[in-house]
Write a protein that binds this ligand. Structure first.
Ligand SMILES: Nc1ncnc2c1ncn2[C@@H]1O[C@H](COP(=O)(O)OP(=O)(O)OP(=O)(O)O)[C@@H](O)[C@H]1O
Length: 959
């Protein structure tokens, strides 16, 4: 269902052109925009459709057939056909951007789609679609664009906490001129309705709209659509899209202004993957494929006509939007209230020259089409009315049941208060961490300044100071020179200051004090946080007690009154509120975890950059050490790694102690008064540039040794501190993990309460006790099923696992391991998906792609077994149950393709497992052996195939 939306002139609301133009991102090329006034006085932005062309590389088939490359991308904007045959003209085509075969999907997204896609975040409708002949790369391109656009949208939301965002996801396909819901195929063909208020364009009746909870959920929705879409094999493409797919993301965002008014924007982002135009002579199709092809071609013809008419710019001309469902739905994107980008894909092959030419002339027309994008703002008053209506309903409910609601509101306010406190604590912890990072930075800069001058400056200064230490009248000019250097060079001054014991000690003391303070503050904050969580747990029990009390009261009231519906709603609200609160708390903890992870990373980097004692003898650091620290470094191997923040500066203390023992001379003044004594050799005889006079034995040895000791100790102190900080961060992480765990316990308690209530059991005040295994099992199994789905794990593996582990106490370890490994795999796949194309080749998520491919192969293998493993009656029953239309081609494959596609539906999972078990001949009687096989399989994967149960499948299917 679409949202209620009122369109406003951006200028009327003070947003104006700047608002329209100020999308948060930039791209190399941007559509040209012209602000205009409409007759009605509204300000809109006229803008041409942004048209780009992407040429894919020659496919393997084309290469095998010795096809030639017929197109030349002259530059970033021009493409022309090569003069391969004499009758062909070589007219050039110009576009906003031409991507040649070497360009990556990332390039296409950055320069051809990103700017338009992210308009949706500022209330401007946006549409991106791929157009081109079959097998030209539309799906390949749109998959990458969709993935990147959704990621960027989520990143933007995360970095804009001052606005509230709601993302709604819906998806449909137009197959044989019938509109189907990709999130709910069962709803059958959907009707298109005109919006009576003419504000929302076309309404697709009963189209399911899911609110995206997080990026993971969004990805799973996209996966569901991909699995549900009609795909078939043709001569040109093994996985040809047989329908037009439209994924729609509705972005609602609101900002409460200081005046109290809420300003809300609503916009749609349409991501459209069209079916490809095809020539029956080329695709050699018959039957169903022919019928599909003719529907595809007809709707694309209407699209071409609409584009042609719009490009002619005759305002009065009739535009045949209504001639196809595709153009009806896309009407606002074609000459309407939207920013639109079209990516035209084409094969470079000579055999497709004519089709590619048609694509380019469509693209040339499309770039003449003007759109009128506006900022879509929802009227604040409407929201206010809604809010007041809600408030009224709540008050009415309260009046009908005064007592329970008053206790519930009291409970709510208590919970709210605690939430606020926790949030405050989190902020404080953040602040402490920031301060600690600052201290760490200071250490780092100290270290850097030491390192920077280790080869030249520091050595020179140390050298100079060393010379001064072995005082002689000859050294006076040198001393003066050193002083001048110190005065003129700030960094040098720091280096030398660090050799001044009193200053050095002072610096260390300051740092030590600061760090101790920070450690204590962080500890205190965490303890308070701990207490808060503990009291929350108690609060959870209080909540349970209150709910129990409410239930009892409700029961009493049931006797008195016949209508208790409002009270039920109230209870549900209590529990749901509690759940939402816990979940939001979970996400705050997750954010904390992420931040800690970042701190850990920087510390690791810091550790890496600290000069290593084991560096090769030829390295600069080593030679520096030879010059500055000729004596062996203190052995640190026995130092304990885990320390409390209080002991962060213990090694600095050693320096202080040694300062007490050695009683260093006080800088130059003191040095000038030191009698000249013979000095032993400074270095280890490796030619450190010292003159024989400097190497004469005398009193310089103790001084230079002290100097070196200070350097060494300072360095050790820095290393120790970094290590200690690292340990401290690890501690923090452990504590956060504990908090997470406690939160999960609370969630389970609340869920249990809700379950009990739903099943009509008496609710008693629960004791604080471990979660029952059957609940943990259900929860873990659901997570595993979702992760299988997201990671495209083999369905035979899923079936085996599902059938073997049904919730006995012994299953615990297996579930735990499966969950951990799937979580790891999911992270890996997500990271691969986010990695730069340079690392991965052009494919946006090559590992994901290979998983999907492998899964597809597995399904094909299973489809071959359908006839032999299932009786014809069973098969017919399944066709009916899984709604496989009679007379369709490849019904067995269609059936297998539907298995394990709905991770949220446990009945579907159960049915799928049973069918796959029959197909592979899984025998439950030999459970122990199978479990053992699983245990063997738990060895950490060396390659992804074997991990995903491929070895099992290979055995089962004899692949
Ligand atoms: N830029 C590209 N680089 C490498 N391979 C590509 C590229 N574009 C497409 N391909 C490959 O070409 C084949 C066909 O691509 P795809 O299925 O995306 O075409 P399509 O235009 O969507 O076809 P249809 O209209 O039949 O659905 C796929 O195997 C895909 O991996």
């Amino acid at each position: 269902m679409l949202y209620p939306l009122v369109l406003f002139s951006p200028l009327e609301h003070g947003v104006g052109e700047t608002m329209i133009r100020s999308t948060p991102y930039t791209s190399a090329s941007k559509p040209e925009r012209i602000p205009v006034s409409t007759p009605g006085g509204q300000r809109t932005c006229e803008e041409k459709i942004f048209v780009t062309v992407r040429v894919r590389p020659l496919s393997r088939k084309e290469q095998v057939a010795n096809d030639q490359v017929a197109w030349d991308c002259k530059d970033d904007h021009t493409i022309l056909s090569k003069k391969l045959t004499k009758e062909r003209s070589t007219a050039a085509f110009n576009f906003d951007r031409v991507f040649n075969a070497t360009c990556s999907t990332q390039d296409v997204y950055e320069e051809g789609a990103k700017d338009v896609a992210l308009s949706a975040l500022t209330g401007i409708n946006a549409t991106i679609f791929a157009y081109g002949q079959t097998s030209s790369g539309k799906t390949y391109t749109m998959r990458g664009i969709t993935e990147r656009a959704l990621k960027d949208i989520y990143d933007h939301i995360r970095s804009t906490p001052e606005r509230d965002f709601v993302l709604k996801f819906s998806a449909l396909e137009i197959y044989n001129e019938t509109v189907m819901d990709l999130l709910n195929r069962k709803s059958g063909p959907l009707r298109l309705l005109d919006d009576p208020e003419k504000e929302k364009g076309i309404i697709v009746e009963k189209l399911v709209e899911e609110i995206a909870k997080d990026s993971l959920h969004l990805r799973s929705l996209v996966d569901i659509c991909e699995a549900q879409r009609q795909v078939g094999e043709t001569a040109l493409n093994n996985t040809s899209s047989r329908s037009h797919q439209i994924i729609r993301l509705t972005v609602e965002s609101s900002l409460r202004e200081s005046s109290g008014h809420v300003k809300s924007y609503v916009a749609n982002l349409n991501l459209v993957d069209l079916a490809g135009s095809e020539r029956s002579s080329q695709t050699i199709v018959r039957g169903l494929r022919l019928k599909e092809g003719s529907h595809i071609n007809r709707s694309l013809l209407t699209l071409t006509t609409v584009i042609r008419k719009l490009s002619e710019g005759k305002k009065s001309a009739h535009i045949p939007y209504r001639d196809s469902k595709l153009t009806r739905i896309l009407q606002p994107s074609l000459g309407g209230n939207s920013r639109t980008a079209i990516i035209c894909t084409m094969s470079p092959a000579l055999s497709h020259l004519e089709q590619s030419r048609n694509t380019l002339s469509f693209a040339s027309r499309a770039k003449e089409v003007m759109n009128n994008a506006r900022v879509n703002m929802v009227v604040a008053e409407k929201q206010l009315v809604k809010h007041l209506q809600k408030e009224l309903a709540r008050l009415e409910a309260e009046m009908r049941s005064p007592e329970p609601s008053s206790s519930s509101s009291c409970l709510k306010s208590q919970l709210l208060e605690k939430d606020l406190k926790i949030q405050q604590m989190m902020i404080e912890v953040e602040e402490l961490k920031r301060e600690r990072d600052l201290a760490q930075c200071e250490l780092e800069s100290e270290r850097k300044s030491l390192k920077k001058h280790k080869g030249v400056t520091l050595f020179d200064s140390a050298h100079d100071v060393a010379k001064c230490l072995s005082f002689s009248t000859e050294n006076v000019p040198l001393l003066v020179d050193t002083r001048n250097k110190l005065a003129n060079n700030e960094i040098l001054r720091r280096s030398v200051t660090s050799t001044d014991p009193s200053m050095f000690v002072h610096e260390i003391r300051k740092l030590e004090q600061r760090q101790r303070q920070l450690g204590e503050e962080a500890n205190q904050a965490l303890e308070v946080l701990h207490k808060e969580v503990a009291s929350h747990r108690l609060g959870g029990q209080d909540a349970a007690a209150t709910v129990a009390k409410l239930l009892a009261e409700i029961k009493d009231m049931q006797v008195l009154t016949s209508t208790n519906e409002e009270i039920d709603i109230l209870e549900n609200t209590n529990l749901k509120d509690e759940l939402t609160r816990l979940n939001s708390q979970g996400s705050t903890i997750a954010t904390l975890e992420m931040k800690l992870e970042n701190v850990q990373k920087s510390i690791d980097e810091l550790m890496m950059s600290v000069p290593n004692k084991n560096e090769s003898p030829g390295s600069t650091t080593q030679s520096w050490k030879k010059k500055i620290m000729p004596f062996p470094l203190r052995n640190n191997t026995n130092r304990t790694r885990r320390r409390s923040p209080r002991s962060l500066m213990s090694s600095s203390r050693k320096i202080l102690d040694s300062e007490q023992e050695n009683k260093f001379p006080q800088n130059e003044t003191m040095l000038e008064n030191t009698p000249c004594k013979a000095t032993p050799p400074m270095g280890d005889g490796d030619g450190d540039g010292m003159s024989s006079r400097e190497n004469t034995p005398g009193s310089r040895k103790p001084n230079s040794v002290k100097l070196k000791k200070i350097q060494e100790m300072f360095k050790n102190a820095a290393e120790d501190n970094i290590r200690s900080i690292s340990t401290y961060v690890t501690d923090l992480k452990e504590r956060v993990a504990k908090l997470q765990y406690q939160k999960q316990l609370l969630v389970c308690q609340v869920l249990e309460l809700e379950d009990n209530k739903g099943s009509g059991y008496e609710t008693s005040v629960p004791e604080y006790c471990p979660i029952p295994w059957h609940l943990v099992f259900e929860d873990q199994r659901k997570q595993i099923i979702m992760l299988w789905h997201l990671c495209h794990v083999s369905i035979v593996h899923r079936t085996q696992f599902y059938m073997l582990f049904k919730g006995s106490q012994d299953d615990q370890m297996y579930l735990e391991v499966e969950l951990r490994r799937l979580t790891w795999l999911e992270q890996q796949l997500a990271e691969v998906g986010n990695a730069s194309p340079a690392l991965l080749g052009d494919e946006p998520a090559s590992s994901v792609a290979s998983c999907i491919r492998t899964l597809k192969q597995e399904r094909e293998q299973l489809a071959k077994r359908v006839s032999s493993r299932l009786s014809s009656e069973e098969l017919e029953m399944l066709y009916m149950k899984w709604e496989i239309p009679p007379g369709g081609k490849q019904r067995r494959l269609q059936l297998v393709n539907r298995l394990w596609t709905d991770p949220h539906n446990m009945q579907h999972i159960q049915d799928s497992a049973q069918v796959v078990a029959k197909l592979v001949g899984f025998c439950e009687s030999d459970q122990q052996a199978s479990r053992e096989m699983f245990a063997l399989n738990f060895v950490l994967p060396t390659d992804k195939k074997s991990w995903m149960g491929w070895n099992l499948i290979s055995n089962l299917l004899n692949l």
